[in-house]
Design a protein around this ligand. Structure first.
Ligand code: C5P
Length: 479
């Protein structure tokens, strides 16, 4: 059954389905309207969520996706296609044709490996201009230069993306034109990996995929299926061209939509360090991944973002104003200094207590004394103070890390703190949320509750910012 028909028949809304499968509502709408194709993984999730009613095949008959009437979500987009080495490179020739049909301004980089599979001549004939090949090609550098390449693209698509290229990207290498452009760009990057299933499943590739996902890189595929090598099958086939086009449309469409433009968003992130003496402090296991991902998603949605972060070991999100603090008292000062704001999202794991008396010299062990007693006092509750303060942002969101009765405790906390929404997550030890990559959260609002499926912290951030954008009244802006 078609997705649109199932949604109508089942009464499950696009929003609910999106939450169940860990996609955005916009993605489900595009899939529903036949404007995009799902990855095999997403098709599998939708099949599961619909109890088998909507299968992968139900997405295939897209109608408007014919060469004569291509979708126009990429109309005029400046696309940089990087073709790296792999048998799937032949499909990139078809991708070039489809992108030309869609009126894209297309440039192509053919890596050394890529040119083992398709020739510069065949690529050049389809593009209408010779592909670029090497960083140290003086003609390329004079002609355009890798920095201009990096800047002048709405989207960079790498198809096929080899395990080697992904490893280089994850490690930040820049030893040829493709990797130099990828390191220098601020444009969204989409990877269509293609490799042997064993290579895709290898722990090194898994690590690189995770790293790249955290860096904000998007993936389409790889799909399950037969490999070019005899008797090889599994996950590793490059996504089909219509799937790649669908993913590109979604990203380019998203890049254009700036629902939080003109808004100021404050995000707190990471732990706080409460000093005991000049060398010791009290801290917790927060990595800052969730808060940083939220700041990045808000910036992508066009907001001016102030990220107030405790000490973390992760990179600053791009396009965000970062204020670094150590203790809760400094975090409060920084947040108050950053007001006014339209939206404040308190994702930091602020220490509840600090020592009553900060020692100005390192505390020494006392001979014969086995015990050491520290007097603690409560830290200011930043979320509560801002929620109840006279500069209260229009929308205030808190987090609740709970180990039991997650939703009930979050509801109580929402009222006690005076915030609008609470994002509640279960941080019971076995779930590995603290410091991990994934999160299963509940969004507790005054008039409702949403249970989101387990997804990456990036996806939680994306979905939260989507909710913020749709709930937020477009009328007023603070600054
Ligand atoms: O009370 P609890 O620490 O569970 O509340 C968690 C929420 O409150 C989070 O949003 C956290 O960022 C915020 N908080 C705060 N200042 C504190 C303690 C918590 O902003 N001192």
């Amino acid at each position: 059954m078609k997705l649109a028909a199932w949604i109508k028949k089942s009464g499950v809304s696009a929003r609910e389905l999106a939450a169940r499968v860990g996609a955005t509502e916009a993605t489900i709408s595009r899939l529903k309207n036949g404007h995009a194709l799902p990855s095999m993984e997403m098709a599998g999730k939708i099949a599961h969520a619909s109890g088998g009613a909507v299968t992968a095949n139900d997405f295939l008959d897209l109608g408007p996706e014919t060469p004569s009437s291509p979708g126009n979500g990429l109309d005029g987009a400046r696309i940089l296609l990087i073709i790296s080495g792999g048998i799937a490179a032949y499909k990139s020739l078809d991708l070039i044709r489809r992108l030309k049909e869609r009126n894209c301004e297309l440039r192509v980089i053919l890596t050394r490996g890529g040119s083992e599979f398709v020739t510069p001549l065949s690529v050049g004939a389809l593009v209408g201009a010779a592909p670029y090949t090497d960083l140290f090609d003086t003609k390329t550098e004079f002609d355009i230069g890798h920095i201009r390449f990096a800047r002048e693209s709405d989207l960079i698509i790498i198809a096929p993306a080899t395990a080697d290229l992904m490893a280089k990207m994850a490690g930040g290498h820049a030893d040829d034109l493709a990797t130099a452009v990828l390191l220098a760009t601020g444009a969204p990057i989409l990877l269509a990996p293609a490799m042997n299933p064993h290579m895709w499943a290898h722990p090194a590739t898994r690590r690189n995929v995770e790293r790249l996902t955290l860096d904000g890189v998007s993936f389409i595929g790889p799909n399950q299926g037969e490999m070019a090598e005899a008797n090889e099958a599994g996950v590793g086939r490059m996504a089909e061209v219509p799937e790649i086009l669908g993913a590109m449309e979604i990203i380019v469409g998203k890049a254009g939509a700036k629902p939080l433009e003109g808004r100021h968003v404050i995000v707190t992130s990471g732990p706080t360090h409460e000093p005991i003496d000049p060398v010791r402090y009290i801290a917790n296991r927060s990595s800052g991944k969730q808060g940083h991902a939220i700041a990045a998603a808000a910036a992508r949605a066009g907001a001016r973002v102030t990220l107030v972060t405790g000490p973390v070991g992760i990179a600053d999100p791009s396009g965000v104003n970062v204020l670094r603090i150590e203790a809760a008292a400094d975090m409060l000062k920084a947040v108050e200094g950053a007001l006014p704001a339209d939206i404040a999202i308190f994702a930091a794991a602020v220490a509840d207590w600090r020592v009553a008396q900060l020692a100005d010299q390192k505390l020494k062990k006392k001979p014969g004394a086995n015990e050491m007693v520290l007097d603690l006092v409560q830290n200011p509750d930043i979320l509560k103070l801002v929620s109840r303060g006279h500069k209260r942002p229009e929308l205030v969101i808190g987090f609740a890390a709970e180990t039991q009765n997650v939703v009930e405790n979050a509801k109580t906390k929402r009222r006690a703190k005076g915030c609008d929404w609470i994002v509640a997550n279960d941080v019971a030890h076995e779930r590995g949320v603290m410091g991990g990559e994934k999160n299963a959260v509940h969004l507790v609002m005054e008039d409702g509750l949403e249970d989101w499926p387990e997804m990456t912290k990036e996806q939680v951030a994306e979905m939260l910012i989507e909710r913020v954008a749709s709930a937020f009244s477009p009328a007023k802006a603070s600054a």
